[in-house]
Ligand binder design. Structure first.
Ligand code: ATP
Length: 273
């Protein structure tokens, strides 16, 4: 499955019917290409179509017009072939299964032999730093740990694509930053492409190669900001000038106009959420 393009969204329009009128245009002729191994975030005000776009890529809903392909296949086929892992905001773990058994679930469903399963689950628990919690149940874990279980589960079948809708939205700021750093590490290790929905500018800048800035009514791509802080992504990146420059560029793209000239370090005063 070594296709150079992970996701291709071509001229996609999505309208939802409403009782009166022409319907809501959640997405209006949106086109986007995500390369294999690339980290792309979707950001924009509420209602601009971020989740709709992600759901169309995951084949959880279908475009009104236009096409979505995943690794060169129609989205529907990619879903049948389980070509990607999904992690959405609420961790979605099964409360009656242990950490280990939750991570193991997709492998069980696909009848992976028990020995292979055990080895893979051990590897995944180490990857997300939960080896000591294998036998715990989700309600015995913190929110951040539950989120890590969900991420481990989404990685179980080594997908070359991860679709994530605000996976860290419910976490406190410290846990969130730690999870971001871990996700960067996991992506570097697995080479997975990611499409990541977020409301947080710094989160998008920290994680992404490119940040897709969307605008609502109708949902469109306003601008794509190349961030590509690449190798620098690590604990100290959040204190570096290149990070603040990225934050400023995404803010300007979101607000549609350049912010007024100000001393270089004044940008540190931006709302970092
Ligand atoms: N199933 C649906 N039926 C009707 N309208 C919908 C449906 N899903 C989404 N919409 C509408 O489509 C538009 C885009 O919604 P979407 O959830 O994709 O936005 P979003 O950018 O993810 O928003 P948020 O940041 O608030 O999560 C909104 O106007 C929303 O009301």
């Amino acid at each position: 499955m070594s296709h150079a393009i992970a996701v291709q969204v071509s001229d996609v329009t999505k309208t939802f019917p409403v009782k009166k009128g022409d319907g809501v245009t959640a997405l209006d002729e949106v086109s986007l290409t995500v390369k294999a191994g690339e980290f792309v975030s979707l950001i924009g005000p509420s209602g601009c179509g971020k989740s709709t776009l992600l759901r169309l890529i995951a084949d959880l809903d279908q475009p009104t017009s236009g096409a979505v392909t995943v690794f060169g296949k129609p989205a529907h086929q990619a879903r049948l072939d389980q070509d990607y892992g999904i992690a959405f905001q609420s961790a979605g773990l099964l409360p009656w299964r242990t950490v280990e058994a939750n991570i193991e679930l997709p492998l069980q469903l696909h009848r992976v032999p028990a020995a292979t399963r055990r080895a893979r689950v051990a590897e995944l628990m180490a990857l997300v730093g939960l080896s000591d919690f294998a036998a715990n149940f989700p309600d015995q874990l913190s929110g951040g740990m539950q989120q890590r279980v969900a991420i481990a589960r989404s990685l179980a079948e080594s997908p070359e694509l991860l679709l994530m809708d605000e996976p860290f939205g419910a976490l406190d700021e410290m846990t969130r930053e730690r999870m971001q750093t871990e996700l960067v590490r996991i992506c570097a290790e697995t080479g997975a492409a990611v499409v990541f929905v977020t409301h947080s500018i710094p989160e998008a800048v920290f994680l992404s190669d490119r940040v897709v800035v969307m605008s609502p009514r109708p949902g469109r791509i306003r601008e794509i900001v190349d961030v590509a802080l690449g190798e620098k992504r690590g604990e100290t990146l959040r204190e570096e000038d290149s990070f603040f420059e990225g934050v400023t560029r995404v803010r300007e793209a979101l607000h549609g106009a350049p912010t007024e000239t100000r001393p270089d370090n004044a940008v540190r005063g931006v709302d970092l959420r």
